[in-house]
Design a protein around this ligand. Sequence first.
Ligand code: ARG
Length: 257
Amino acid sequence: MSKKFLVLCMAALMALTALAAGCGGTQKSSDEKVLKVGTNADFAPFEFQDENGKEYQGFDMDLIRAVGEEMGYKVEISNVNFDGLIPALEAGNIDVAVSGMTINDERKQKVLFSDPYYKSGLSIVVAKDNTAINKFEDLKGKKVAVQIGTTSAAEVNKIGGVEVKEFNSSADTFMELRAKGVDAVVNDRPVNDNYILKSGETNVKALPDLLTSEDYGIALSKQNGELQKKVNDALKKLHENGKYDEIFAKWFGTASK
Ligand code: ARG
């Protein structure tokens, strides 16, 4: 084969690859708009994957699908580490992060948030026979598991004198408690309650003491003010047409206030 022929072949191949890439990508058909959603799908009842590990389920997942539908976008969900969500937004790899993410000032420096869509707070889970820990103050001098990059991690570190062990997912924090590697777990209250209710684990209890009052919001890149407005309009519509209440009742049993 001549060198010239080889170079020609390579040029043709490169042109073909470029063409194929142009046809794929995010612009599927001429007017189909795609909303790339990032979540950390280990946070039931807000986001989790079904037994087969594929279908995304939970309150947040239903809500963002309804938001997407309202906006006329096709929703594509991907699973990202919780502490990787804001970097993924900043890098433009996802359009929105929907992950039980608490709106706070530190995050607002980096991302935009939608209007609040859920009120939450933090609670503690301990072994049923644990009588030493009854409230957040009692965590001093104890080993506590939290998820990396969460408000739980920040708040437990603030108490002072706590031996904090950080894990990649909230599921891992519960596993550590079961393995007796820690005395307590701190997570968002609905996630702790869901664990007590659904895991079949009978040797643990959630404590009534609540730390913080937190609002969840949908996070977007600072560059995406236009999309933020669309998301807020869609959320408003879902509140008006009863769809929000329907989704809320599906996951929490009671109507939202
Ligand atoms: N609400 C807490 C926070 O924003 C925890 C969220 C964790 N979410 C998750 N999908 N693991 O820091």
